[in-house]
Design a protein around this ligand. Structure first.
Ligand code: BV8
Length: 254
């Protein structure tokens, strides 16, 4: 059941803060694999062998290969932000209230689409950090356990700047503060299987009394937790939904 126009009017007049959560589904039509679809990442790799701190200690070469492969995929000229990424950047620019975009994705497509108020809660594929000196830096190329840190010069400490299973997601305080104060929570392209992200809809609903909307190809594991939902491809759903939110042409914020 979509969000009613009168509710949208109220949210707009109140300049209600919006929090958006995105997952791998929003980047699928840009040519990036999701995790749980039939041809998804977890169909080819075992989480416990490539996406945990224990896996990195046990077999750093395999973990580096896994992320080098995905990092190279991001440089494919065919991989570009799609209409859903672009629509969210427009919403941020034109909605009269604050818009915070929280993504579980480690790709850079939201940033390339122009989103600014953006949190990569699970990290970024094009960044690395050093376990020896805590350097955090951009890194477009391949990484290996032999690669010396550009800051401290030591090898063996560089790792992808991503959040592995069992590790604390990033900027959780800022995210919970925004969820506790939003008028509208929108979840896009996520299956709702990974926590704490999968619990955000309840926080927005219970702590802020927010309207909650799911836009996804199919009902997620948390579908029943949402007030409103529409199903279909993100590149169709998201631009249409953003247009309904902005339809009085309120235009860019002052
Ligand atoms: C933590 C980075 C302590 C690396 C990732 C409570 C209950 C049970 C388990 C737990 C729990 N709390 C914690 C856990 C453990 C664990 C967890 O959730 N395990 C799961 C598997 C049961 N969580 C953790 O370990 C987290 N850390 O909890 O720390 C803590 C606790 C509380 C508060 C603070 C700290 C860390 C988890 C992060 C792991 N890192 N990514 C990398 O990318 O390699 S997770 C990774 O997988 C993604 O980032 C994302 O989060 C998840 C994949 O999910 P989705 O993005 O939703 O993708 P998926 O393929 O599943 O679904 C795609 C959807 O899109 C589908 O619904 C599909 O229908 C749809 N779709 C497809 N095409 C389209 C589309 N939609 C629209 N248009 C299309 N075209």
């Amino acid at each position: 059941m979509p969000l009613r126009p009168d509710l949208i009017e109220i949210l707009r007049d109140e300049k209600a803060p919006i929090v958006i959560l995105t997952g791998a589904g929003i980047s699928k039509e840009s040519g990036l694999h999701t995790f749980r679809d039939a041809d998804g990442i977890w169909a080819k790799y075992d989480i416990s062998e490539v996406a945990t701190p224990e896996a990195f200690i046990a077999n750093p070469d395999l973990v580096h290969h896994f992320y080098n492969d995905r990092r190279a995929g991001l440089h494919d000229p065919n991989v570009q932000p799609n209409a859903a990424h672009v629509a969210l950047a427009r919403l941020e620019a034109e909605w009269p209230g604050d818009v915070l975009l929280v993504t579980q994705n480690i790709d850079d497509l939201h940033g390339r689409a122009g989103s600014k108020n953006l949190i990569h809660m699970h990290g970024e594929l094009l960044k690395i950090r050093c376990n020896h000196c805590d350097l955090l830096t951009e890194w477009p190329g391949d990484l290996a356990k032999e690669t010396p840190c550009p800051a401290c010069g030591k090898a063996g400490g560089l790792r992808p700047h991503v959040v592995w299973f069992g590790e604390m997601p990033l900027e959780m305080e800022r995210i919970y503060a925004a969820l506790g104060d939003c008028g509208l929570f929108i979840s896009i392209g996520t299956s709702g299987n990974v926590y704490p992200a999968a619990g955000f809809v309840q926080v927005a609903h219970e702590e802020a009394g927010a309207e909650t909307v799911e836009l996804n190809l199919e009902p997620s594991s948390g579908a029943t937790l949402f007030d409103h939902s529409t199903y279909g491809p993100a590149t169709e759903l998201v631009p249409a939904f953003v247009a309904t939110l902005l339809e009085d042409g309120s235009g860019p914020r002052d």
